[in-house]
Design a protein around this ligand. Structure first.
Ligand SMILES: Nc1ncnc2c1ncn2[C@@H]1O[C@H](COP(=O)(O)OP(=O)(O)O)[C@@H](O)[C@H]1O
Ligand SMILES: Nc1ccn([C@@H]2O[C@H](COP(=O)(O)OP(=O)(O)O)[C@@H](O)[C@H]2O)c(=O)n1
Length: 276
């Protein structure tokens, strides 16, 4: 897959190398269902990097609140949700079934998500959690708690020394990775796709994961509205809103295959690494 002009421009820039070599960081941000986590995991697999899904943290806090009968969308519950975020023990485990350097598809990596040692990988993807997660993520104290947790598992500029991350690099996806979490990332990607395409892809994913399309609830229009509402909340919140970092490169996946978008990012990382 030939590189898009914006990626060629990125590779043509001159980079000044710092004396200290830390693992390579790739930040992937973008709106809901633009392909971030699928792409990030496969890029990590191809490059032997670690992967951290930051959305899973906000989803876990939302699930923990809902399971206690606390509605994250009710502003009077802000303090309670912040306490839940502080106390929640969240961990991620990504299994890379077959580390490969070729673009031929291996089985995709899978991420298991644990909340207080319980596997909640499916529960955090329900429509109920999706409906309230943006309200949870708009609370400043929740964002601080999540930032603290992701930093403690290796997402910081010093993570070469003594941190959990042992691989050659890190791919992290979310909404504020390039702007707040990894502001010095070596490569920042802002992944987009038009909302109809995103809704169709997310609908297929929900059906594949067991949602019943005949139930009448799951119409592509409803999924599209849900994604657009969440994007609007994420873009307009005061703390760490969803936005493209000035030094991020936009990649539109609407007309790409998954392999195609992964190839573009992997080639770009390799190009940048060869200049370091
Ligand atoms: N280029 C693509 N073509 C077809 N499906 C895609 C493409 N990119 C991503 N997908 C699918 O779209 C859905 C949403 O992608 P996902 O990675 O979960 O997005 P995000 O992490 O941004 O919410 C997934 O089912 C994924 O497999
Ligand atoms: N870095 C991040 C990651 C997610 N989030 C929030 O968490 C929600 C769920 O993120 P996600 O990545 O799991 O969502 P999808 O794009 O997969 O649907 C987003 O809609 C944001 O409200 C955030 O605010 N900051």
């Amino acid at each position: 897959m030939p590189l898009l002009p914006s990626f060629r421009l990125l590779l043509s820039r001159t980079y000044f190398t710092s004396a200290k070599k830390r693992p390579f960081q790739v930040a992937i941000d973008g709106p809901a269902a633009s392909g971030k986590s699928t792409t990030a995991k496969m890029v990590a697999q191809r490059l032997g990097f670690d992967y951290i899904d930051t959305g899973a943290f906000y989803r876990c806090v939302t699930l923990a609140a809902l399971s206690k009968g606390i509605n994250p969308s009710d502003p009077s519950n802000t303090g309670k949700i912040a306490s839940i975020a502080g106390e929640a023990q969240i961990s991620l485990e990504t299994v890379f079934p077959e580390r490969t350097t070729s673009s031929a598809s291996a089985s995709p990596p899978t991420t298991r998500v644990y909340l207080d040692s319980i596997d909640v990988s499916s529960e955090i993807r329900t429509a109920q959690v999706s409906k309230h997660v943006s309200a949870t993520a708009a609370i400043g104290a929740v964002r601080e708690a999540v930032l603290h947790k992701v930093r403690s598992i290796g997402a910081n500029d010093d993570f070469a020394e003594g941190a959990a991350t042992a691989r050659d690099g890190l791919v992290m996806d979310g909404r504020d990775i390039g702007t707040v979490v990894l502001p010095n990332a070596d490569l920042k990607i802002f992944l987009v796709a038009n909302s109809q395409v995103r809704a169709e892809r997310r609908l297929q994913e929900l059906i594949k994961n067991g949602a019943d399309p005949a139930s009448g609830v799951l119409q592509v229009e409803d999924v599209r509205k849900d994604l657009e509402q969440r994007d609007e909340l994420d873009r307009t919140r005061k703390v760490s809103p969803l936005k493209k970092a000035p030094d991020a490169v936009e990649l539109d996946t609407s007309g790409l295959t998954i392999e195609g978008q992964v190839d573009i990012i992997v080639s770009t990382v390799k190009g940048l690494q060869s200049r370091q």
